[in-house]
Design a protein around this ligand. Structure first.
Ligand SMILES: Nc1ncnc2c1ncn2[C@@H]1O[C@H](COP(=O)(O)OP(=O)(O)OP(=O)(O)O)[C@@H](O)[C@H]1O
Length: 898
């Protein structure tokens, strides 16, 4: 038993070991089916649970290894053995930690194949979808009391970019949306007259019992309301629409709200011409939600969870769906044909080659593993205590609500005071769960972090909430976009491109003897390859070798040739750095074309805001700005967005390619005829949650497969020769050299404002080791932190400016410990956040007193990044004995200690 044996919410939970045959038995209520399931329980004895009646349908999808939860079971003792069986109140949940979206359940009920297709290829840019979004937003606005015309106008303007790309004018869309919204407004009005309506819009509901999550369009007097922008002239809502409302009712019930009625609002009904049709024109259709329907929802959800357990592919035979009436039939047949899958609709076209199918399946599984890992993050919202969440840097706790201010459009600005200087992953611009202290069972709202100061945090949200806690919102949009990228590359991609990606053909180049960079041969060659590549070019740039500079020269040369360029990178920072270099190269002055930066306000750096494409406004203007731009810059994640997937480029240039997964890279390169990847696979690898081969970048694989398409930038403009020596030898086969004599000879003594004689002898050598015994802290080391502070102070006293000094530590806790006592302008951060930047002086705190069990040591590439941030002086602080237990770090200590 988990939880309280005698409590109300009793349940039995375990891992399935055996699934018996279905049997019929005669009971006092007639004949009934049953299946016995063996369960292993982590902290209890193994047991058996008998699933009765329609729960045998769930038993049919069960397999050993799956986790099973049965609520409200009956307990039986027989000859000392305890067993369980379902009761009339029970729910049976397969893999309860796998969170299925309500919209997925709806789709699955329509056709399991449709659910699968939707996973592979996210929603394309299409007018009905955009209009649907606008109507939903207007609905929310009306609920919050916003004025009708203003809401329609503003929400249409918000979708200007999408609408413009689809060639719709604002006036046309406003007219149509107004018609749809009229139905809602009228219906709302009736409720208001009765003066008993209690509404709230867009509610996020996550169920820890049923493994379901979703956002209900609205809750009215505790009952779910779903909006559909279609018509329905029958008196009953459509079955799959009912399923959606019923799922929300289930989640509300879990919270103790007695939801038993669903309402579907078909907004188009009111807009129809009544003379043409006969039928039920009322937009709102209510239906009652009984236990049978709720159990149906859970069984459908179980089918999805069971299928995802071993990443099976549904065939469509699972459902009664009629393929000939399905508007997805063609797509379904094409996907079945290309991937040689069995499907009810049948196959058309020829299958992609064996190796591509194998790649597809392997990558699909790896992405699904990422999705599972994202789900684990959700589960932590209720499994971990607030303190554990805070320790994991995934929450800010102990906030005190200060103010709730209503904003003009009915949204809210929420201010809370921070009671500690705790660190977390939460940043300005992030989407977070703002809650009263319990993000799952309490009151929680999805909110945007507008400002995050040391004292205060300011958020905006649809509804007011007393903010006591913020949690990172574990979105799974990432995996969905990755799947789409793989689908687009393999099923829709160009054949020649795939020949190159799969190593069947070598990339070709169209030679030119033009010179692009006159003082650096490797850079010159890199730009030449980038400009003349028919398929792809790979630029390997170790630290400080002018990757950004090379990218700027390449983009300039490409635009000069009349090409349209997509400039992308893993992080916003790299995108903005590249743009800065392009501007520095005089791009705009030459009037060669426009640059457009796509990103959120908080994601884009201040000095690039003028390039940022605004989304609000007139459709034709917004779309024109994007379509006319000769350079479009965005992160690779944004390249997977609906709008970007519609764009076409001659060439995609992707920076930080060593940090991108294969599908992450494909999201950008899918949009262009040819591509250039720039990166360094000896620095940080792709960040992935699950241990799969997604952690190897496409860049690294292609450098291996097509060495001739690659070029190494071998001259670095950053580090003194003394600093460069070790990383060059260990990580770049000794090929890295200083670009000039001046770079080679760099030292603190060159800086006019620095008096080197004021530094202790031990810190004058360019690379130094400060040996500390350390303390026993796991994530912090106070002794080491104190030493780091002394080193920083010594440099400040010698005249260095705080902003010329950087400190790198492996854990955020150590970062916080050090930050407390050094001046604000000294940058203190983890390796991951230091990649791509450099300082005159870098101090590295290793926090290793007993073993090398820390993120910085997981991978030599992290240490490489840490060591190569320094220009003139590098100070390593740590326990040299512990460090020397590893061969590479032993050599590092010898080098530093020289
Ligand atoms: N060919 C060149 N001639 C003169 N200066 C150059 C040249 N290439 C690069 N530089 C200079 O070297 C410095 C480092 O270049 P850049 O920032 O492009 O390096 P990077 O490889 O992008 O660095 P990181 O490793 O941090 O990504 C810059 O100040 C840049 O202006």
């Amino acid at each position: 038993m988990t939880g309280d044996d005698r409590g109300v919410h009793v349940s039995v939970r375990g891992i399935v070991t055996t699934v018996g045959e279905e049997r019929s038995v005669d009971t006092s209520h007639g004949t009934s089916e049953l299946v016995e399931v063996g369960l292993e329980r982590p902290e209890d004895t193994p047991t058996t649970v008998t699933l009765w009646g329609r729960w045998t349908e769930t038993a049919a999808v069960l397999e050993p290894g799956m986790e099973l939860l049965v609520t409200e079971p009956k307990r039986e003792e027989y000859e000392g053995e305890r067993s369980f069986s379902t009761t009339g109140d029970s729910y049976v949940v397969v893999e309860p930690d796998f969170l299925v979206n309500v919209t997925d359940v709806r789709q699955w009920v329509q056709c399991p194949r449709m659910y699968y297709l939707n996973k592979l290829s996210s929603v394309p840019l299409a007018y009905p979808v955009v209009k649907g979004t606008v109507v939903h937003e207007v609905f929310g606005d009306l609920l919050r009391g916003r004025e009708f015309d203003e809401a329609v106008e503003d929400r249409v303007a918000e979708q200007a970019l999408e609408l413009g790309l689809l060639d719709y004018t604002a006036a046309d869309v406003e007219r149509e949306v107004a018609q749809n919204a009229q139905a809602i407004a009228g219906w709302l009005q009736q409720g208001r007259l009765a003066d008993e309506d209690e509404w709230r819009s867009e509610r996020l509901l996550v169920s820890e019992t049923f493994g379901i999550k979703g956002r209900a369009d609205a809750i009215r007097r505790g009952q779910p309301v779903e909006l559909k922008t279609g018509k329905n002239l029958k008196s009953e809502p459509r079955f799959h629409d009912k399923i959606q409302a019923a799922a929300y009712a289930l989640l509300l019930r879990e919270r103790g709200v007695p939801a038993d009625t669903g309402t579907l609002l078909y907004t188009k009904n009111e807009a129809l011409d009544r003379d043409e049709f006969t039928g039920d024109f009322s937009p709102a259709k209510e239906f009652s939600i009984g236990d049978g329907l709720l159990r149906f929802v859970v069984r459908a959800r179980n089918e999805i969870a069971a299928m995802e357990f071993d990443a099976d592919v549904p065939t469509g035979y699972e459902a009664d769906a009629k393929c000939e009436y399905c508007f997805e039939q063609d797509t379904c047949m094409v996907v079945s044909g290309r991937l040689d899958q069995e499907s009810k609709a049948g196959q058309i076209g020829t299958a992609i080659p064996e190796d591509e199918r194998e790649y597809f399946e392997r990558t699909y599984d790896a992405i699904e593993a990422e999705r599972d890992a994202a789900h684990d993050e959700f589960v932590k919202l209720w499994r971990q205590t607030p303190a554990e969440r805070a320790d994991d840097d995934r929450a800010l706790v102990d906030l005190e609500p200060v103010e709730k201010r209503e904003l003009p459009a009915g949204r809210w600005e929420l201010t809370a005071r921070r009671t500690s200087a705790a660190v977390s992953k939460i940043r300005e611009g992030d989407y977070v769960l703002a809650s009263d202290g319990d993000p799952i069972r309490g009151h929680a709202e999805l909110a945007t972090v507008e400002r995050l100061g040391d004292e205060e945090v300011v958020l905006t949200a649809d509804e007011p909430v007393d903010v006591h806690r913020l949690d990172v919102y574990p979105s799974d949009i990432g995996p969905s976009r990755l799947l789409t990228a793989v689908h687009d590359a393999l099923l829709k991609g160009d054949e020649r491109r795939k020949d190159v990606l799969f190593g069947r053909e070598s990339p070709s180049f169209d030679p030119t003897d033009e010179t692009f960079v006159d003082n650096n041969d490797a850079q010159d060659e890199a730009v030449r390859m980038a400009v003349t590549a028919d398929d792809c070019a790979l630029i390997h740039g170790p630290p400080g070798t002018g990757k950004t500079y090379t990218i700027a020269q390449a983009v300039r040369a490409m635009v000069e040739r009349g090409e349209r360029v997509l400039l992308s990178a893993f992080t916003n920072r790299a995108v903005d750095n590249a743009l800065e270099a392009i501007r520095d190269a005089g791009f705009e002055d030459d009037d060669r074309g426009d640059i457009v930066r796509i990103g959120t306000k908080s994601g884009v750096r201040e000095d690039m805001q003028d390039l940022r494409l605004r989304r609000h406004g007139d459709p034709q203007e917004r779309a024109g700005e994007l379509e006319d731009a000769s350079v479009v810059a965005a992160t690779t994640a944004t390249c997977g967005s609906t709008v970007m997937r519609e764009q076409e480029f001659d060439v995609a240039l992707v920076d930080e390619a060593g940090q991108l997964t294969e599908p992450g890279t494909l999201a950008a390169v899918n949009l262009a005829e040819r591509f250039v990847l720039v990166g360094d696979h000896q620095q940080l690898p792709p960040v992935v949650r699950a241990d799969t081969d997604l952690s190897r970048s496409l860049f690294e694989r292609l450098i291996d497969t097509h060495p001739d398409a690659g070029v190494l930038l071998d001259r670095q403009y950053r580090m003194s020769q003394r600093i460069q020596a070790f990383p060059s030898r260990e990580f770049y086969d000794g090929k890295l050299r200083p670009a000039t004599g001046a770079v080679a000879g760099r030292s603190l003594a060159d800086l006019d404002h620095v008096d080197v004689t004021a530094l202790p002898d031990s810190l004058r050598g360019g690379v130094s080791m400060v040996d500390t015994p350390g303390d026993d802290g796991r994530h912090t080391d106070a002794v080491e932190a104190a030493e780091v502070r002394r080193v920083v102070d010594a440099h400040l006293e010698a005249g260095l400016q705080p902003e010329e000094i950087g400190v790198i530590a492996p854990f955020r806790a150590q970062v916080a410990e050090i930050t407390r006592d050094v001046p604000d302008d000294v940058a203190v951060d983890t390796v991951d956040r230091f990649q791509g930047s450099a300082k005159e002086v870098i101090v590295v705190s290793f926090v290793a007193s007993d073993d090398l069990d820390s993120p910085i040591f997981e991978d030599y590439r992290r240490v490489n990044v840490a060591l190569t941030r320094a220009k003139r002086s590098l100070v390593l602080v740590g326990d040299s004995d512990t460090l020397s237990t590893d061969e590479v770090y032993g050599r590092m200590v010898d080098w530093a200690d020289r």
